[in-house]
Design a protein around this ligand. Structure first.
Ligand SMILES: [Zn+2]
Length: 409
């Protein structure tokens, strides 16, 4: 009997713990994030036999829904989203080649309600570059590009492809030999069973140390936000006096790929359940958000710590920081003002673009504020922001954040 009572007691305790670790947050403008139908992309190599031209979507991060001959020198590249309604983020990625060297034209076709957005990036001989503007032709909003094909495949993509394997290779290399401050863990699996990794960074004890959460790739095509996240994390993991002081005082948990299914399926925005994950931070219908929230809450409880700052790295048309208007009573009041001032002082000719409002919808930024009383910021990088500037911005923003938080600013 005692054993039974004890086990019931333990079960009850576990139930309480699992409930509190995913405590729901109420938003005034909730969004239905229950699973929706998605159209799966057929994976194949398309061929235009008489021209000897081929196109393939048989790799992670690809998106190509059709490839047809339009005339002797032009192919129609057909691109669809995973489901609709959906944001205007018409992502595409495919490999193309020919059986002998020749120039060839590719005309993009999207659903009628959508327009071309991303300037093509080309991966040639393992190097990404932006397509030469003289090879892009625009008629109304229809875009055609010219490529010089050969037997060596060129990858053509809306943004530089960074699949879940690429992300894993990046953080594995980055953290090599840094076991004194880094632990890589998994918080669980995505809907399709892909790993949801977390990079924990701290020096010594975690008890009582305030927590900072970094996240990215909720939205698959938003690779420029991921570039800023990479530079941000690389800066925190560079060994120097500032980072040593910082990691003695704070505990970072960084989620480098929140939506691995969507990323590998070449989705425009959603996860494998057809849902915008950045609208699921109220009730956690999707496993990706539920597991991340549960991990954050368990970490806080275990360490008797509070969350002070959450940064969520995304991309949009231009660089902007989306902030919460409420900040006086957060766990780090006025962080935003100090940080933005430091960025302007340390990045040449740079002016911060901030747009402030409290989130009525269940976004991560809203969850950081309403669920944790933390500073929540959506760190948006423009689609076309120069890649070397993104690197600089990621580096300076990490450095200045650390300076503020260790109190040297
Ligand atoms: Zn986004």
């Amino acid at each position: 009997m005692i054993t039974n009572k004890t086990s019931i007691g333990i079960l009850f305790l576990l139930l309480i713990i699992s409930c509190t670790s995913t405590k729901k947050v109420v938003f005034s403008d909730p969004v239905d994030t229950t699973t929706k139908h998605i159209a799966n992309q057929i994976k194949k190599t398309y061929s235009i036999l008489d021209a000897g031209v081929y196109a393939s979507n048989e790799f992670d991060g690809a998106r190509l829904n059709g490839f047809e001959k339009l005339n002797d020198s032009t192919a129609l590249v057909i691109i669809h989203p995973e489901n609709a309604p959906i944001n205007m983020s018409p992502y595409y990625a495919f490999k193309t080649w020919s059986n002998r060297p020749k120039p060839f034209y590719f005309k993009f076709q999207y659903p009628k309600w959508n327009k071309h957005r991303y300037i093509p990036k080309l991966k040639i001989e393992n190097e990404w570059r932006t397509i030469d503007s003289t090879a892009v032709f625009k008629e109304d909003s229809i875009v055609t590009i010219k490529l010089n094909l050969s037997t060596a495949p060129i990858t053509v993509a809306a943004q530089e492809v960074n699949s879940s394997t690429d992300v894993k290779n990046w953080y594995t290399n980055l953290t090599k030999g840094k076991q004194d401050v880094v632990t890589i863990k998994s918080v669980g699996k995505s809907k399709l069973g892909k790993n949801l990794p977390v990079i924990e960074i701290v020096k010594g004890e975690t008890k009582g140390k305030d927590l900072i959460v970094l996240i990215t790739r909720q939205h698959p095509p938003e690779v420029t936000g991921y570039f800023a996240f990479q530079s941000f994390l690389e800066t925190i993991l560079t060994d120097n006096n500032l980072t040593r002081d910082f990691l003695k005082k704070y505990h970072i948990i960084a989620f480098p790929i929140m939506n691995p299914d969507g990323v590998d399926m070449g989705h425009w925005r959603h996860n494998a359940s057809g849902i915008d994950l950045n609208r699921d931070w109220g009730v956690y219908n999707q496993p990706e958000i539920k597991k991340v929230v549960s991990f954050i809450n368990t970490t806080l409880r275990k360490n008797k710590a509070k969350l002070i700052l959450g940064l969520d790295f995304h991309s949009t048309w231009y660089d902007v920081f989306y902030t919460n208007t409420d900040r006086e009573n957060t766990n780090y009041p006025n962080f935003e003002a100090k940080w933005f001032k430091s960025l302007e002082e340390n990045i040449p000719d740079y002016e911060v673009n901030e747009a402030s409002s409290n989130s009525n919808k269940p976004t991560s930024k809203g969850w950081f504020l309403s669920g944790q009383n933390a500073v929540g910021i959506t760190y948006e990088i423009g689609d076309d922001t120069p890649r070397d500037f993104i690197k600089l911005k990621g580096k300076v923003s990490a450095t200045e954040m650390m300076k503020i938080l260790v109190g040297s600013k």
